[in-house]
Design a protein around this ligand. Structure first.
Ligand code: MN
Length: 231
């Protein structure tokens, strides 16, 4: 017996300073996890964290020092950047307590939760799912993974993204409404986390549209930086 066609390759993210590869299991994302971004999206207050997902093969690896092309996706006229800290899970589990959560972290990346904002707005209005707004091909550009053994546990530090050299989002990981430990606690109530899971932890205020030709350069302190050009 064999596969009826070639089995798809395992999506991977390289590890910084190593030839090792981090195999991606799932990509989870947290919605509205910085107060000023919740406000700019028309919400306020501390609501329980909520989650959505992208396919594992939505990753677009951006090696340090290189500019990687990101295709402008079809079916949108309002393509937004959302700069985020990405947590890479190395040890799975369910019902993980916040106090134990950091032992499940393998490393971190800096990434973009790219969003077709127009499709998302329509989905919200109609009570429809977000998949076409969030889970499209190459919707998750990110740096290689920085192991926690090199970065230490990241609870604060600047998170930023510039477009064509102009600062668009500039905040601090310390401003997360639900910090990384609490996010892992909540997420692991809904899903059994597995090694290889990536968690996009939410974006600060300043989300805005990009168009073909725009260069997005972003980073998270102690984690990494990337450069992507929309094509
Ligand atoms: Mn996001």
């Amino acid at each position: 017996m064999g596969y009826v066609f070639a089995a798809p390759g395992q999506p991977v993210v390289p590890v910084i300073g190593s030839t090792d590869l981090f195999p991606v299991h799932r990509i989870y994302c947290v919605g509205r996890n910085y107060e000023d971004h919740a406000k700019e999206m028309g919400f306020s207050g501390r609501e329980a964290p909520f989650f959505f997902a992208k396919p594992a093969d939505a990753v677009l690896v951006v090696p340090e020092g290189k500019t990687v092309d990101m295709p402008y996706p079809p079916q949108t006229a309002n393509f937004h950047h959302e700069m985020e800290l990405v947590v890479a899970i190395g040890k799975g589990g369910r019902d993980i307590a916040a106090a134990d959560a950091s032992s499940h972290i393998w490393g971190y990346a800096a990434g973009l939760d790219m969003t077709r904002r127009d499709l998302q707005a329509e989905a919200k209005k109609q009570g429809r799912p977000w998949d076409t707004a969030k889970g499209f091909d190459l919707s998750a550009p990110l740096t290689p993974i920085r192991p926690v053994s090199k970065s230490g546990i990241v609870t604060s530090g600047r998170i930023w993204v510039k477009v064509n050299g102009q600062m668009r989002q500039d905040s601090d990981i310390g401003k997360l409404i639900w910090n990384v430990d609490e996010t892992i606690e909540h997420l692991s109530k809904y899903f059994e986390l597995q090694p290889g899971d990536l968690i996009f932890t939410g974006t600060p205020e300043g989300v805005a549209a990009v168009k073909p030709g725009d260069v997005m350069e972003g980073g998270v302190d102690r984690v990494g930086t990337f450069k992507v050009q929309v094509r």
